[in-house]
Ligand binder design. Structure first.
Ligand SMILES: NC(=O)c1ccc[n+]([C@@H]2O[C@H](COP(=O)([O-])OP(=O)(O)OC[C@H]3O[C@@H](n4cnc5c(N)ncnc54)[C@H](OP(=O)(O)O)[C@@H]3O)[C@@H](O)[C@H]2O)c1
Length: 260
């Protein structure tokens, strides 16, 4: 059985990844902070699909948390698929968030992805097989969510993944890498961040499981970027090709609603 390690496995997109991968016959290593939620998810997956599941409780904003997960990536049974999914955003503008919180965002959205990808690629390139799926966002393609660190963190994931996926080291080892760029997806993300879910119209929202199925199909097909749904493919094209001065005009500025 192939084994997949999914970060942020207990809610939203990560939870959907675990369901679809279990259905596809993967054994799973689940990572999140809450030990209780991890055990519950492992039991659900075992009951529904008979999945063999390990749990690694870890806060990926910390050195210890990253070290626990990288140790598992380098151990046996080997990891065939790493899904770097855990990520956070804030509803407050940059200057209101506080530098500690901003650093935590970068620690999780960027530094943990860097460290886990490094661990995975070192074993996958040596054995000439494996895949890494990094969850970015359409917001990482251009001016979006102005006055926030989040889009910059996701832009990093896109550039990092594109760069490595196209490298001789990764390609010659037959390792696949894809950055997933979801648009608004119904998960716990916005509620956790305190972001109002009333602003985007209903037609803009995506279903987590459909996003995940598209991402896994695109990864299998060797696509470096995966943008689920036609509406977000159009948005992604616009963000990539319109002059930045135009796309900045329609970007959501969270500092506009900031308390003075
Ligand atoms: N939802 C959207 O509209 C959307 C759109 C574009 C991109 N994305 C991206 O998709 C990814 C998943 O988001 P989601 O919407 O599924 O979020 P979510 O529903 O809030 O789930 C977040 C998951 O990450 C875990 N997590 C949070 N902080 C962590 C930490 N410090 N260490 C380890 N695990 C942590 C959570 O469990 P614990 O709290 O127990 O740790 C939970 O399992 C993120 O990278 C996000 O940026 C989401």
């Amino acid at each position: 059985m192939p084994t997949a390690l999914v970060t942020g496995a207990t809610a939203g997109l990560g939870r959907a990844f675990t369901r679809v991968l279990a259905e596809q016959g993967y054994d799973l290593v689940l990572v999140a902070r809450s030990d209780v939620d991890l055990k519950e998810r492992a039991e659900e997956l075992h009951a529904a699909y008979g999945t063999r599941t390990e749990i690694v409780p870890a806060d990926l904003t910390t050195d210890d948390g990253c070290a626990a997960v990288t140790a598992r990536i380098k151990a046996e049974p080997s990891i065939d698929l790493l899904v770097n999914n855990a990520g956070i955003g804030y509803e407050r503008p940059f200057l209101a968030t506080g530098i500690d919180a901003e650093e935590r965002l970068l620690d999780l959205n960027v530094r943990a992805v860097l460290r886990l990808t490094d661990a995975a690629l070192s074993v996958m390139t040596a054995r000439h097989s494996g895949a890494v799926l990094n969850v970015a966002s359409v917001a990482g393609l251009g001016p979006a969510w102005l006055s926030s660190t989040y889009p910059a963190s996701k832009a990093w994931i896109i550039a990092f993944t594109e760069s490595l996926a196209s490298s001789n080291q990764v390609r010659s080892a037959d390792v696949k890498m894809t950055a997933l760029l979801p648009g608004y997806t119904r998960t716990e993300f916005h509620q956790r961040a305190g972001i109002p879910t009333t602003f985007p119209p209903a037609w803009l929202w995506l279903d987590a499981e459909r996003v995940v199925r598209t991402a896994l199909n695109d990864l299998a097909a060797g696509k470096v970027l995966s943008v689920p749904s036609v509406r977000y493919k159009v948005a992604a094209w616009g963000l990539r090709h319109l002059p930045r001065s135009v796309s900045r005009l329609v970007a959501w500025d969270i500092s506009a609603a900031a308390p003075s």
